[in-house]
Design a protein around this ligand. Structure first.
Ligand SMILES: Cc1ncc(COP(=O)(O)O)c(C=O)c1O
Length: 339
């Protein structure tokens, strides 16, 4: 990727405005979706390059929401879904993700009054912060639900390629009818360890991608060509190194799950994502107080669940992005806590 970036940087073509030469990147995204998810995309209409999936998250609210419209947002969830839905004056309705339901939302629990105004449904599997994954049967249910209530679905698949124990995450678009009701966001940040490069994509329903592109055209005007060249290299080149990378994360996941369990927390052992979601020990309810106390006692930060929405209260999230030796030390320090 670095070599592709270096080489492309000397090509004068790439010093022009970038929207005129994004075809190759679109084609590389379509090729990756075909190879990785068995989803065939038309690069011209069903693919939109983005500066990270965050560009899509941030702009989707502006593209489709308006005062009076409601966005259905999971709780707990990555914070941007609520924020972007409110940017254009929309309201949000929180859908609890509960352990007993496999951290999937109960779509049948959404009140009719909300459904009549619902415009956008946010989903994210593999899920941040819970680490939960969704079966294809759930995506099928979502497509039927979205059709029935004429709701647009945005599935955030940012963690599709950080997975463990042989689990392979699907694309929402692999389900029949999904591309008629929604879009999927994806990114090179997690799959390819390229978070700083700001390379992502939206794929799916052409009409929604056009609306997203209109907002983006007014804010960013495309990606610098040499970055696109590096992305093409990543998406179309050898990806066997991801196996070893995921083994490293998996080892860290096990260290964290064991360490948290040993001090009385109840961690979910995730099949994917960079996170371990853990219920506070019996007797503890305030996740922010707990996180601060643990930080004071040990110098280890566990992110308080309340940061991810009201249903996150009572939980903390640990991340496996820290180097393995530091994580080991963190877990050792936690063992000194008097819980
Ligand atoms: C669930 C989720 N979606 C999207 C993003 C944004 O990723 P990026 O903009 O780097 O693609 C993140 C970043 O942590 C995330 O956790």
């Amino acid at each position: 990727m670095l070599e592709a970036l270096r080489k492309a940087a000397t090509n004068p073509t790439y010093h022009r405005y970038p929207f005129s030469y994004q075809t190759d990147y679109r084609e590389a995204i379509a090729a990756w979706y075909g190879r990785r998810f068995d989803v065939v995309l038309d690069p011209a209409t069903e693919v939109l390059p983005l500066a990270g999936s965050q560009e899509g998250l941030g702009n989707l609210g502006l593209a489709v929401m308006e005062p009076g419209a409601v966005a259905l947002v999971p709780s707990p969830a990555y914070g941007s879904y609520s924020r972007t839905s409110r940017f254009a004056g929309g309201e949000i309705h929180l859908m609890p993700l509960r352990e007993e339901n496999g951290y999937l939302p109960d779509l049948s629990a959404i009140p009719d009054e909300v459904l009549s105004r619902a415009r956008l449904l946010w989903l994210n599997y593999p899920n941040n912060p819970t680490g939960a994954v969704a079966p294809l049967s759930f995506f099928e249910e979502v497509v039927a639900f979205a059709r029935q209530h004429e709701i647009l679905v945005c599935h955030d698949n940012a963690y599709s390629d950080v997975s463990y124990d042989g689990y392979v995450a699907p694309s929402f678009l692999a389900v029949d009818g999904a591309r008629e009701v929604g879009i999927e966001l994806n990114t090179l940040s997690k799959a390819f360890n390229m978070a700083g490069w700001r390379l992502g994509m939206a794929v799916g329903k052409p009409e929604v991608l056009r609306a997203l592109a209109q907002v983006s055209f007014n804010t960013s005007m495309g990606l610098f060509g040499p970055l696109q060249a590096a992305a093409i290299e990543a998406l179309t080149g050898d990806q066997s190194w991801m196996v070893e990378r995921n083994q490293i994360y998996q080892q860290r996941r096990d260290i964290v799950v064991d360490g948290l369990r040993a001090i009385g927390l109840e961690p979910l052992c995730p099949k994917a994502t960079l996170y371990v979601w853990a219920k506070l020990p019996p007797g503890y309810t305030d996740s922010l107080e707990f996180s601060k106390w643990v930080l004071d006692q040990t110098g280890v930060w566990l992110t308080s669940g309340m940061f991810f929405g009201p249903e996150g209260e009572g939980y903390v999230r640990a991340s496996v992005t820290t180097p393995t030796d530091d994580l080991r030390e963190a877990m050792e320090r936690l063992q000194s806590l008097k819980l």
